[in-house]
Design a protein around this ligand. Structure first.
Ligand code: AMP
Length: 425
């Protein structure tokens, strides 16, 4: 009996994996330009970390974590998101002591959430994320937002909507919280049981509820923007002002609240507006988290970051019909005929590879015609044919597949010859 892949996960096969590498390389290159450096943290952490950072009342912590006990009876959890671990590492490695603040980091890797799988929602998915920790300059909010928009732009995505909002500082959030309780409390029994719990614990998250989103009280709920104190208002205006200055367009949506507890001030999401994109249109989520470093035992060190999944990035590329500039082909396929030529082709492909070219050959003892077909299937730029005659004369027949031309090349000059031709292109 065969064993199948777990629900909500996927195999990324050759043909697809190149798309992943492509997106990752674009994202890393944009990070290089913005001067963000890579951090790699473990895939599992102490469960406590996520309870304390993501928040005890969030769906992630209450319903979605892959938590297990190891043989030493520690409770560990496969990371459901990246920020908590990055902040833990920031504190643990005393990065707050570095003279250059903020510390600007990016990460990529698999995240795990026990969610109901559907298009664009997996139980294991790969996030690419950025965190800038150690500055409360609104310019860094604009920088982080510009960075993610630049990644999308570099990949060729156009049908995007950047939605931003301010959740304000603690005072503003408290005032808004009271207003929300006053608004929902009289009719809270009309809401789902989760929302009833949220009312006292974290009423902001009622606005995020998927079940009750069409309830009339949702439309009339007090807007956070009306409860921002002067400082928070000025902060938000600075952020949007900087975005205007660098030509990043956005929509302000006062209903945008983020699912995790640790956000304040700037919150943002990038949505795909491509036709045919599935029901879940959020490509990226991010925001500011000023209290998180302290919450995890560090000094006051305000941060901001975002994360997107490569899965939804690829789905958006497909929905917009963006070309993948991916070369699936190899530089040279060596066709060898007869035992002596086959033996020689072992060192020949090795010479090509050592010279930096991608090269392959036949390993199934196929006839000439089948080897030529294989070369075609593998989109070889050149096909090198080595028969008994060629071998005796120390030369090789080289077909330029694009030009349709053919040359005789000295055997020991093959790699150099191909490289010169490729550079001339
Ligand atoms: P979050 O950490 O929930 O704010 O998610 C940030 C981004 O990660 C989202 O905008 C999605 O691009 C992606 N994402 C979150 N959950 C999933 C999932 N289950 N499957 C695929 N992508 C996801």
């Amino acid at each position: 009996m065969s064993v199948n892949i777990p629900r909500g996960t996927q195999d990324i096969l050759p043909g697809q994996s190149e798309k992943w590498q492509y997106i990752e390389s674009i994202a890393k290159d944009v990070c290089r330009r913005y001067h963000y450096k890579e951090i790699r943290t473990p895939i599992f952490e102490h469960t406590e970390l996520f309870k304390r950072s993501v928040g005890d009342t969030t769906d992630i912590v209450q319903k979605e974590m892959y938590t297990f006990e190891d043989r030493g009876e520690r409770s560990l959890t496969l990371r459901p998101e990246g920020t908590a671990a990055v902040v833990r590492s920031f504190v643990e490695n005393k990065m707050f002591g570095h003279p250059d603040q903020p510390v600007k980091l990016f990460y990529t890797g698999p995240m795990f959430r026990y969610e109901r799988p559907q298009a664009g929602r997996y139980r294991q998915f790969v996030q690419f994320g950025v965190e800038a920790i150690g500055s409360e300059d609104p310019a860094i909010d604009a920088e982080v937002i510009a960075l993610v928009m630049d990644i999308y732009k570099a990949a060729g995505l156009q049908k995007l909507n950047l939605v931003i909002n301010s959740l304000g500082d603690a005072d503003s959030r408290n005032a808004h919280r009271e207003a929300l309780i006053g608004h929902f409390e009289p009719r809270i029994e009309e809401f789902c049981s989760d929302c009833q719990t949220r009312l006292q614990q974290n009423p902001l998250r009622i606005l995020d509820c998927k079940k009750d989103r069409n309830h009339e009280l949702m439309q009339t709920a007090p807007s956070i923007l009306d409860y921002l104190n002067e400082e928070s208002k000025v902060y938000f205006e600075k952020v949007t002002g900087y975005l205007d200055a660098i030509g990043v367009s956005y929509t302000v949506d006062p209903k945008l609240v983020r699912g995790l507890d640790y956000y304040n001030h700037t919150a943002f999401e990038v949505m795909s507006e491509a036709e045919g994109f599935g029901a879940i249109t959020t490509l990226c989520g991010g925001g500011r988290y000023n209290g998180l470093v302290q919450q995890l035992g560090g000094p006051e060190s305000p941060g901001i970051g975002f994360a997107f999944s490569i899965e939804r990035f690829i789905a958006a590329m497909e929905a917009e019909g963006v070309e993948w500039p991916i070369d699936q082909g190899i530089d040279c396929f060596v066709v060898a005929l007869g035992d002596a030529a086959k033996d020689r082709s072992v060192s020949l492909v090795h010479e090509l590879r050592t010279a930096g070219l991608s090269a392959d050959r036949d390993y199934q003892d196929r006839k000439m015609k089948a080897q030529l077909k294989a070369s075609d299937r593998q989109h070889a730029r050149f096909t090198a044919i080595l028969g008994e005659d060629e071998l005796a004369e120390n030369r090789i027949t080289l077909k330029d597949m694009a030009a349709g031309s053919q040359d005789q090349v000295p055997l020991n000059e093959l790699a150099g010859y191909i490289k010169t031709k490729m550079e001339a292109k």
